[in-house]
Design a protein around this ligand. Structure first.
Ligand SMILES: C[S@@+](CC[C@H](N)C(=O)[O-])C[C@H]1O[C@@H](n2cnc3c(N)ncnc32)[C@H](O)[C@@H]1O
Length: 303
């Protein structure tokens, strides 16, 4: 018996279960192994016929090639289709910039939509799988609505809203690279991106401006921390969430709803906001994400 046998057995079992589950749901991107065994702290996501693996190393040894071998053998996937997550840099300001130029973009299906992903050139893939259920929830409520998607990244929430028949979707992000990716996602789903907004701005600054437009649904899903040189100040979601949430609430039309989400594990919602919010984390965490607290999510409804 090799040291990796427990990992191999668990991986095989989880893959069998979630492959079947995903086929029934017509999902092409999902998690099959979620650091289920403490001795093997990795996550393994399927993106169609490829794997995307994040290794959370504790020691000095680089286990990437060892994991590649086991994944290739157990899941019967060619080694070149196993991608490893690019390691996070310590300095935050390069976090959202492009790392290489191989442009290996391909599409995965999710609940009838298509999303362009890239497993090798950026720090993230283009689609955050833990928000799949939240995206569907937003889509289900978006028909004929005006939707604002803050910290839009590749505009996946916006794609759900637009394909569900939203009247107008405004996507806002600091990065033109991601807004362009978002436009491609819209087009890929048969939506004319010229009918919607792609706003390059610092969300904090933008929200501080006078209100000129109101929305029925706002999605506010900021990164825990961001200090891009394009911003006037660093963004710290714990410190800034009251400003972000109040700025968003002031842009809601009567009867509107704000979705607020964070991945910050130690996040604490300010007391003055807690009475206005309803936590929906349990409904938004999909079954293939078994680690608790990966994200937390609240809705704010205004009269
Ligand atoms: C955690 S992702 C948001 C995920 C997105 N809501 C989704 O579901 O795919 C972070 C995004 O925030 C953007 N960003 C970071 N700081 C920003 C700021 N101050 N204003 C606007 N966007 C910002 C980054 O460019 C990146 O696209």
């Amino acid at each position: 018996m090799s040291d990796f046998d427990p990992f191999r057995n668990r991986l095989r079992k989880m893959a069998r279960h979630f492959d079947k589950w995903a086929r029934r749901q017509q999902l092409e991107a999902y998690r099959i192994y979620d650091a289920d065994l403490d001795e093997f702290p990795v996550t393994v996501d399927r993106y169609a016929d490829r794997l995307y693996v994040a290794v959370y190393e504790r020691g000095e040894r680089d286990l990437t090639e060892t994991y590649r071998t086991h994944l290739t053998e157990v899941l019967d996937i060619p080694a070149e289709r196993v991608h490893f997550k690019v390691r996070q840099r310590q300095s935050g300001n390069r976090q959202y910039e492009k790392l290489a130029a191989s442009q290996e973009e391909f599409a995965v299906a999710e609940y009838g939509r298509q999303f362009l992903v890239n497993l090798s050139d950026y720090l993230d893939t283009g689609l955050f799988l833990d928000h799949r259920a939240t995206r569907r929830m937003v889509g289900d409520q978006s028909r004929h609505k005006r939707v604002l998607n803050l910290f839009a990244y590749t505009c996946s929430f916006g794609v759900y809203a637009a394909t569900a028949g939203a009247g107008r979707v405004d996507n806002l992000d600091l990065s033109n690279t991601y807004l362009d990716w978002g436009r491609r996602n819209f087009e890929r789903n048969g939506i004319d991106s010229r009918d919607h907004g792609f706003i390059r701005a610092d969300a904090l600054q933008w929200l501080a401006q006078p209100v000129t437009e109101r929305y029925d649904i706002i999605v506010l899903d900021p990164p825990t921390f961001s200090n891009s040189k394009m911003m006037a100040d660093v963004l710290d979601t714990q410190r800034d969430h009251v400003r972000l949430i109040e700025g968003s609430l002031s842009r809601l039309a009567a009867g509107g709803r704000l979705y607020f989400s964070t991945n910050y594990r130690k996040f604490k919602l300010a007391d003055e906001l807690a009475g206005l919010a309803r936590e929906i984390t349990a409904q938004t965490l999909p079954p293939d994400f078994r680690k608790k607290n990966l994200h937390r999510c609240w809705v704010f409804d205004v009269d």
